[in-house]
Write a protein that binds this ligand. Structure first.
Ligand SMILES: [Zn+2]
Length: 226
């Protein structure tokens, strides 16, 4: 019975993958669309008073917008950064309140992490849909059900920079250039640790990708394109 249940869930996820999340409404996981010509740049774990500001400066320099999946706790500590992100035209997503690993947690706890963060973001002026990204990409089966119940969508990524463990700017940029494809969602980090390398890498990655003809788009526009 257990094996059959697992196989059934795997089948659902495969169908969800190939239908880009449109058929099985209850998981509401968004998978990237490789046919799209555009890229989406996303940042997790902020906001941070130093690194998020530096990232914003680079994005402004190249006139591009990004999506920031922020944690509630850090947002409460740095509300002015959230307001600046909104003023600059960036999008804000929900990355839980405590950057919680959501496996083996009760549905109630998961819901609380998401709702508390959403409520704060609304108070800080975030309009429109707030997408959710589970910390550490850990979600198993309970989190998608909670997310669907809240009528939200999970947004993952397909170009991991692994900037959180990189030893050099080159290591980060090489990973992006090797994995970069049409419709890619890039994930970098701007908070909860020293992100000096991430900021430096961003200043190298963005102009090179623009030179290669890639275009950066807002997450909401990208999802509408689906
Ligand atoms: Zn994270």
């Amino acid at each position: 019975m257990f094996i059959k249940s697992i196989l059934f869930i795997i089948l659902i996820l495969i169908v969800e993958y190939f239908t880009l999340g449109k058929i099985f409404w209850f998981t509401q996981i968004f998978f990237f669309n490789p046919k799209s010509k555009k890229l989406v740049l996303t940042f997790d774990d902020g906001p941070h008073p130093k690194f998020t500001e530096e990232v914003m400066g680079i994005l402004k320099k190249y006139k591009i917008k990004a999506a920031f999946f922020v944690c509630g706790k850090e947002s409460e500590e740095n509300p002015e950064i959230i307001r600046k992100l909104i003023a600059d035209g960036h999008e804000i997503g929900n990355h839980s309140w405590n950057h919680l690993k959501m496996i083996f947690k009760s549905p109630k706890r998961i819901e609380q992490e998401i709702v508390q963060t959403d409520n704060l973001l609304r108070k800080l002026g975030v309009k429109g849909k707030i997408y959710f990204r589970p910390p550490f990409m850990r979600f198993l089966f309970i989190t998608p059900i909670v997310v669907a119940k809240l009528k939200k969508k999970m947004v993952l990524w397909n170009i991991p920079t692994k900037d959180y463990k990189a030893k050099s700017v080159e290591e980060i940029s090489k990973r992006v250039f090797d994995k970069c494809t049409n419709g890619g969602i890039i994930v970098m980090h701007d908070g909860r640790a020293d992100r000096t390398l991430s900021v430096k890498a961003l200043d190298k990655i963005v102009p090179e990708l623009l030179e290669k003809g890639y275009e950066f788009t807002l997450l909401s526009e990208y999802l509408n394109y689906q």
